[in-house]
Design a binder for this molecule. Structure first.
Ligand SMILES: Nc1nc2c(ncn2[C@@H]2O[C@H](COP(=O)(O)OP(=O)(O)OP(=O)(O)O)[C@@H](O)[C@H]2O)c(=O)[nH]1
Ligand SMILES: [Mg+2]
Length: 198
Protein backbone atom coordinates (compact mmCIF):
# COMPACT_ATOMS: atom_id res chain seq x y z
CA UNK A 1 0.00 0.00 0.00
CA UNK A 2 1.21 3.46 -0.84
CA UNK A 3 -0.26 6.77 0.33
CA UNK A 4 0.66 10.43 0.39
CA UNK A 5 2.49 11.65 3.47
CA UNK A 6 0.36 12.43 6.54
CA UNK A 7 -0.26 16.17 6.68
CA UNK A 8 0.99 16.44 10.25
CA UNK A 9 4.47 15.38 9.18
CA UNK A 10 5.19 18.93 8.05
CA UNK A 11 7.82 19.92 5.50
CA UNK A 12 10.63 17.45 5.84
CA UNK A 13 10.45 17.42 9.61
CA UNK A 14 11.95 14.09 10.54
CA UNK A 15 10.88 14.14 14.13
CA UNK A 16 7.09 14.09 13.83
CA UNK A 17 4.77 13.41 16.70
CA UNK A 18 5.27 10.59 19.15
CA UNK A 19 6.01 7.29 17.47
CA UNK A 20 5.34 5.28 20.53
CA UNK A 21 1.99 6.60 21.58
CA UNK A 22 3.08 5.55 25.03
CA UNK A 23 1.95 8.49 27.05
CA UNK A 24 4.72 10.31 28.87
CA UNK A 25 7.61 8.47 27.20
CA UNK A 26 9.77 10.49 24.85
CA UNK A 27 9.10 9.78 21.18
CA UNK A 28 11.43 7.22 19.65
CA UNK A 29 13.51 8.80 16.94
CA UNK A 30 14.80 7.00 13.87
CA UNK A 31 18.50 6.26 13.69
CA UNK A 32 20.27 6.82 10.37
CA UNK A 33 22.12 3.58 9.64
CA UNK A 34 24.15 4.42 6.55
CA UNK A 35 24.25 8.19 5.95
CA UNK A 36 23.10 7.91 2.34
CA UNK A 37 20.82 10.92 2.57
CA UNK A 38 21.32 13.37 -0.27
CA UNK A 39 18.25 15.42 -1.03
CA UNK A 40 14.67 15.31 0.17
CA UNK A 41 13.33 11.82 -0.59
CA UNK A 42 10.29 11.41 -2.79
CA UNK A 43 9.43 8.00 -1.41
CA UNK A 44 9.58 6.58 2.10
CA UNK A 45 9.40 2.79 2.27
CA UNK A 46 8.11 1.81 5.71
CA UNK A 47 8.83 -1.78 6.70
CA UNK A 48 7.51 -3.12 10.02
CA UNK A 49 9.55 -6.04 11.28
CA UNK A 50 9.00 -8.64 13.93
CA UNK A 51 11.47 -11.50 13.97
CA UNK A 52 12.52 -11.29 10.32
CA UNK A 53 16.22 -12.15 10.71
CA UNK A 54 16.09 -14.57 7.76
CA UNK A 55 14.41 -12.17 5.35
CA UNK A 56 16.02 -8.80 5.87
CA UNK A 57 19.23 -9.47 3.96
CA UNK A 58 17.57 -10.55 0.68
CA UNK A 59 14.98 -7.82 1.15
CA UNK A 60 17.62 -5.09 1.42
CA UNK A 61 19.56 -6.53 -1.52
CA UNK A 62 16.50 -6.37 -3.74
CA UNK A 63 15.34 -2.97 -2.49
CA UNK A 64 18.84 -1.66 -3.11
CA UNK A 65 18.68 -2.77 -6.73
CA UNK A 66 15.20 -1.43 -7.30
CA UNK A 67 15.55 1.96 -5.62
CA UNK A 68 19.25 2.68 -6.03
CA UNK A 69 18.70 5.51 -8.49
CA UNK A 70 15.70 7.01 -6.77
CA UNK A 71 15.19 9.56 -4.05
CA UNK A 72 14.09 6.94 -1.58
CA UNK A 73 14.51 6.23 2.10
CA UNK A 74 13.76 2.97 3.89
CA UNK A 75 12.39 3.13 7.43
CA UNK A 76 12.36 -0.07 9.46
CA UNK A 77 10.20 -0.13 12.57
CA UNK A 78 11.49 -3.11 14.47
CA UNK A 79 9.74 -4.92 17.31
CA UNK A 80 11.88 -8.05 17.16
CA UNK A 81 13.27 -10.35 19.79
CA UNK A 82 15.57 -12.21 17.39
CA UNK A 83 18.61 -10.90 15.45
CA UNK A 84 16.61 -8.73 13.03
CA UNK A 85 18.09 -5.51 14.41
CA UNK A 86 21.63 -6.77 13.84
CA UNK A 87 20.86 -8.00 10.33
CA UNK A 88 19.28 -4.66 9.39
CA UNK A 89 22.29 -2.78 10.75
CA UNK A 90 24.80 -4.89 8.82
CA UNK A 91 22.71 -4.96 5.63
CA UNK A 92 22.29 -1.18 5.65
CA UNK A 93 26.04 -0.69 5.31
CA UNK A 94 26.06 -2.01 1.75
CA UNK A 95 22.65 -0.73 0.76
CA UNK A 96 22.74 2.18 -1.72
CA UNK A 97 19.44 3.49 -0.35
CA UNK A 98 19.23 5.46 2.86
CA UNK A 99 18.15 3.19 5.74
CA UNK A 100 16.67 4.53 8.97
CA UNK A 101 15.58 2.46 11.93
CA UNK A 102 13.08 2.92 14.72
CA UNK A 103 13.77 0.24 17.29
CA UNK A 104 10.85 -0.26 19.65
CA UNK A 105 11.71 -1.97 22.93
CA UNK A 106 9.03 -4.24 24.41
CA UNK A 107 7.61 -1.40 26.52
CA UNK A 108 7.03 0.76 23.41
CA UNK A 109 5.37 -1.73 21.09
CA UNK A 110 1.95 -0.20 21.35
CA UNK A 111 -0.40 -1.24 18.58
CA UNK A 112 1.82 -4.05 17.32
CA UNK A 113 1.97 -4.12 13.53
CA UNK A 114 -0.44 -1.25 12.95
CA UNK A 115 1.25 0.88 15.60
CA UNK A 116 4.57 0.24 13.89
CA UNK A 117 3.20 1.32 10.52
CA UNK A 118 1.84 4.56 12.00
CA UNK A 119 5.15 5.22 13.73
CA UNK A 120 7.06 4.74 10.47
CA UNK A 121 4.66 6.91 8.49
CA UNK A 122 5.01 9.72 11.00
CA UNK A 123 8.75 9.79 10.49
CA UNK A 124 8.51 9.63 6.70
CA UNK A 125 10.13 12.51 4.84
CA UNK A 126 9.03 11.53 1.34
CA UNK A 127 5.95 12.76 -0.50
CA UNK A 128 4.64 9.20 -0.50
CA UNK A 129 4.77 6.41 2.04
CA UNK A 130 4.96 2.83 0.81
CA UNK A 131 4.23 0.17 3.42
CA UNK A 132 5.53 -3.30 2.68
CA UNK A 133 6.12 -6.53 4.56
CA UNK A 134 9.60 -7.78 5.29
CA UNK A 135 8.81 -11.43 4.68
CA UNK A 136 9.15 -11.09 0.88
CA UNK A 137 5.44 -11.63 0.31
CA UNK A 138 5.51 -8.15 -1.25
CA UNK A 139 8.12 -8.26 -4.03
CA UNK A 140 10.31 -5.13 -4.01
CA UNK A 141 9.98 -4.98 -7.79
CA UNK A 142 6.22 -4.56 -7.37
CA UNK A 143 6.81 -1.86 -4.80
CA UNK A 144 8.65 0.11 -7.45
CA UNK A 145 5.66 -0.26 -9.79
CA UNK A 146 3.38 1.16 -7.09
CA UNK A 147 5.73 4.09 -6.65
CA UNK A 148 5.76 4.75 -10.39
CA UNK A 149 1.95 4.70 -10.45
CA UNK A 150 1.77 7.26 -7.64
CA UNK A 151 4.11 9.63 -9.41
CA UNK A 152 2.52 9.16 -12.82
CA UNK A 153 -1.07 9.66 -11.72
CA UNK A 154 -0.39 11.91 -8.74
CA UNK A 155 -2.86 9.98 -6.62
CA UNK A 156 -3.21 9.77 -2.86
CA UNK A 157 -3.48 6.00 -2.56
CA UNK A 158 -2.13 3.07 -4.56
CA UNK A 159 -2.82 -0.51 -3.52
CA UNK A 160 -1.24 -3.68 -4.85
CA UNK A 161 -3.52 -6.67 -5.25
CA UNK A 162 -3.12 -10.16 -6.60
CA UNK A 163 -6.73 -10.03 -7.80
CA UNK A 164 -5.98 -7.74 -10.76
CA UNK A 165 -3.91 -7.79 -13.94
CA UNK A 166 -1.80 -10.90 -14.33
CA UNK A 167 -2.24 -11.88 -10.69
CA UNK A 168 -4.21 -14.87 -9.55
CA UNK A 169 -6.29 -15.09 -6.41
CA UNK A 170 -4.32 -18.09 -5.21
CA UNK A 171 -0.90 -16.51 -5.73
CA UNK A 172 1.30 -16.81 -2.69
CA UNK A 173 -1.08 -18.80 -0.51
CA UNK A 174 -1.86 -22.46 -0.26
CA UNK A 175 -5.44 -23.78 -0.18
CA UNK A 176 -6.40 -23.58 3.47
CA UNK A 177 -4.68 -20.26 4.15
CA UNK A 178 -6.19 -18.83 0.99
CA UNK A 179 -9.66 -19.86 2.11
CA UNK A 180 -9.15 -18.12 5.42
CA UNK A 181 -7.81 -14.85 4.03
CA UNK A 182 -10.35 -14.70 1.21
CA UNK A 183 -13.42 -15.21 3.34
CA UNK A 184 -16.07 -12.53 3.02
CA UNK A 185 -18.49 -12.75 5.93
CA UNK A 186 -21.15 -10.91 3.93
CA UNK A 187 -21.13 -13.54 1.22
CA UNK A 188 -22.93 -16.85 1.35
CA UNK A 189 -23.51 -18.04 -2.17
CA UNK A 190 -22.97 -21.70 -1.57
CA UNK A 191 -19.42 -21.44 -2.77
CA UNK A 192 -16.31 -21.88 -0.73
CA UNK A 193 -13.98 -18.90 -1.05
CA UNK A 194 -12.18 -19.50 -4.31
CA UNK A 195 -15.17 -20.95 -6.08
CA UNK A 196 -15.52 -24.57 -5.04
CA UNK A 197 -19.06 -25.68 -4.32
CA UNK A 198 -19.73 -26.68 -0.77
N1 LIG B 1 7.04 -3.80 13.99
C1 LIG B 1 6.20 -4.86 13.93
N2 LIG B 1 6.12 -5.56 12.79
C2 LIG B 1 5.28 -6.63 12.76
C3 LIG B 1 4.51 -7.02 13.87
N3 LIG B 1 3.79 -8.11 13.49
C4 LIG B 1 4.12 -8.38 12.23
N4 LIG B 1 5.03 -7.47 11.77
C5 LIG B 1 5.63 -7.38 10.45
O1 LIG B 1 4.61 -7.00 9.56
C6 LIG B 1 4.78 -7.66 8.32
C7 LIG B 1 3.57 -8.52 8.02
O2 LIG B 1 3.44 -9.48 9.05
P1 LIG B 1 2.95 -10.95 8.76
O3 LIG B 1 2.93 -11.66 10.05
O4 LIG B 1 3.72 -11.51 7.61
O5 LIG B 1 1.46 -10.64 8.33
P2 LIG B 1 0.69 -11.23 7.10
O6 LIG B 1 1.53 -11.12 5.84
O7 LIG B 1 -0.63 -10.55 7.11
O8 LIG B 1 0.51 -12.73 7.54
P3 LIG B 1 1.09 -14.08 6.91
O9 LIG B 1 0.11 -14.42 5.84
O10 LIG B 1 1.13 -15.02 8.07
O11 LIG B 1 2.46 -13.80 6.35
C8 LIG B 1 6.06 -8.45 8.42
O12 LIG B 1 7.12 -7.66 7.91
C9 LIG B 1 6.21 -8.66 9.92
O13 LIG B 1 7.57 -8.84 10.33
C10 LIG B 1 4.62 -6.26 15.09
O14 LIG B 1 3.99 -6.52 16.10
N5 LIG B 1 5.49 -5.19 15.05
MG1 LIG C 1 3.37 -12.05 5.70
Amino acid sequence: MLFSTPAENGNGDSSGPSSTGSGSQAPLQPVDLNSRATSQPTLSVVIPTRNEERNVEPLLDRLGEVFAEGRTEIIFVDDSDDRTLEVITVGARDCPVQVRLVRRPPSARKGGLSGAVVAGARHARGDWVLVMDADLQHPPETAAALARAAVRYDCDLVIGTRYAGDGASADGLDGSRRALTSQDPARDDGQEPGGQAR
